[in-house]
Design a protein around this ligand. Sequence first.
Ligand code: ZN
Length: 169
Amino acid sequence: MKTSSSLEFLSDELGRLPGVGPKSAQRIAFHLLKIPADDVARLALAITEAKQRVRFCSRCWNVAEAELCPICLDERRDASVLCVVEESRDIVAIEKTGEFRGRYHVLLGAMSPLEGIGPEQLKMKELFARIEPEGVQEVILCTNPNTEGEVTAMYIARLMKPFGVRVTR
Ligand code: ZN
């Protein structure tokens, strides 16, 4: 068996990250070798700390550093309006507009029959379980405007009917 050098090991690991091809991985690896050791140590620490501290909000599945995320902890947010998104990073984009004052629910993905991702693989049960206890009146489906996002939105809209809440896209 071939033993890979530290540099190859680093390039291989970087290349496993989303959106990083073999060429970019190699470029980043060489960049890391060039910069001061302190800078590399800080990057390594940032990764390790984020991984240790960040978890998912037990209510909305947004990223959180406590049981609940900052949005769920904010009493001024309107609990009657729920915005459903695929990933936490979608929340960041919506929050930047400053126009939404409700709460969120992160599905942690979208339905994709091709990849075998159904409602069971997403935080779907958790979504429906929130409607009555939290007094949700309106659900805004902010899934991505692609096939998976549309399928997911249609599925939620259909299952939301018995709850009698307003569902918008
Ligand atoms: Zn939350």
